[in-house]
Ligand binder design. Structure first.
Ligand SMILES: C[S@@+](CC[C@H](N)C(=O)[O-])C[C@H]1O[C@@H](n2cnc3c(N)ncnc32)[C@H](O)[C@@H]1O
Length: 383
């Protein structure tokens, strides 16, 4: 049952609530339009029991998955973007003190390799990826320091520790690049000094280490699986295999997740093009390639169909989605969802809508312009 107390709890905790949103592993990595952990926490607590399986089919940086692990629920995350998958794994994997001790040795090795590079000016035992306009976006010293950091991480045999370390590396890439900020694509001269890249990495790792140890003490041993995949076609998940869905799909014409993570994907050897082509609702599709809202409706409907297939009957899907503007026209995400839900056997139950102009804490201020609303929508699977 979707109770009133759930709604009031979410009302309290949503954008202008007081609770921290960056506790434990939640601040590992910046991510556009991540939702506050109180949303999945609230629905998981109210709508599931320990041992149940929760699905977030657009898991982004793993907010739902981390909460599920803390609440002793199994969870499955799906996202197209390999950076989302990497961060989701790092945010939900438990590590031990011995792993953190190893990172200290790794930092020493990285520091001496970097010193060796500055002494000899020779590139020894590491590669720097080649991509379009690389030297426009990265200083030479930064390229070498990142190359050394990456090569040292690749030598770590334990996959969970490698995911943790690559997440730390990924989180500093825009900071040490010439890109003005995560959301501004202008190149500026940041005058990054020798060893600054190393120290940014070390600072991030020190903070993440404390947090992951704390998380590992508090989190359950439930199973968390993360798939790099397309939500329109979740063939890797069985029918009727999940007890609850809580998720936030892309808001049409609002972000380009592939662009936001482009340099990170280049550094970690991923294919940017296929992420760009398969991302639904992107600005690239709706502003640059001028697809209209019908295209988004069709793609989101395919996702809902898959969500309905894997969710058990009579269970709830909670979908957080925002309005958008396409070619000057305001599109109500709530109306769109209410139109496509019944076609996919989802019955609308209730929603909480709010104006992001007044509640700007959760999202990029850019999104708060205009009359757009964001909606927390509850649907019951009536197949
Ligand atoms: C609003 S974000 C989710 C943020 C998440 N709730 C969090 O807290 O981090 C939407 C996500 O949908 C993903 N996405 C876009 N198109 C997709 C597709 N076809 N299949 C799977 N994921 C997709 C994007 O990569 C992005 O991570």
């Amino acid at each position: 049952m979707v109770t009133n107390s759930l709604v009031s709890e979410l009302e309290f905790e949503k954008p202008n609530g007081n609770g921290s949103t960056t506790y434990l592993t939640h601040n590992f990595h910046t991510y556009p339009a991540k939702f506050i952990p109180q949303i999945p926490r609230g629905t998981i607590l109210q709508l599931t029991k320990e041992g149940d399986t929760i699905l977030d089919p657009f898991c982004g940086c793993g907010t739902t998955l981390a909460e599920a692990k803390l609440l002793n629920r199994n969870a499955i995350g799906v996202d197209l973007n390999p950076i989302a998958v990497l961060v989701s794994k790092a945010k939900t994997n438990k590590l031990e003190k011995g792993d953190i001790d190893l990172t200290k040795v790794l930092l020493q090795n990285i520091k001496s390799s970097i010193a060796n590079y500055y002494d000899t000016k020779t590139q020894n035992g590491y590669k720097i990826p080649d991509f379009n306009n690389r030297d426009h976006w990265f200083q030479q010293n930064v390229l070498h320091e990142l190359g050394i950091i990456k090569a040292n991480i690749m030598k770590i045999p334990k996959q969970k520790l490698r995911d943790f370390l690559f997440t730390a590396m990924s989180s500093i890439i825009v900071i040490v690049s010439n890109q003005e900020s995560d959301t501004r694509f202008a190149a500026i001269d940041k005058q990054i000094k020798p060893f600054r890249t190393f120290f940014e990495f070390k600072k991030k790792l020190d903070d993440m280490s404390l947090r992951v140890i704390n998380f590992s003490e508090k989190a359950s041993d439930s199973s968390i699986k993360v798939f790099e995949g397309d939500t329109r076609n979740m063939t890797f998940l069985e029918d009727n295999s999940v007890d609850h869905i809580v998720t936030s799909p892309p808001y049409a014409n609002t972000y380009d997740y592939y662009l936001y993570h482009k340099f990170r994907m280049y550094w970690l050897d991923h294919n940017v093009r296929s992420v760009q082509d398969n991302e639904i609702g992107s600005r690239d599709k709706h502003s640059s390639k001028k697809k209209d809202i019908d295209a988004f409706e069709r793609e989101l409907s395919l996702c809902l169909k898959e969500m309905g297939r894997v969710l058990k009957p009579n269970k709830y899907a909670v979908i957080v989605i925002g309005d958008s503007v396409i070619r000057g026209q305001l599109i109500s995400a709530s109306d769109l969802m209410k139109k496509i839900a019944p076609e996919n056997n989802f019955q609308f139950v209730r929603e909480i809508s709010y104006n992001l102009k007044k509640n700007s804490r959760m999202f990029n201020p850019k999104f708060t312009n205009g009359d757009k609303l964001e909606h927390i929508m509850f649907f019951k699977n009536v197949k």
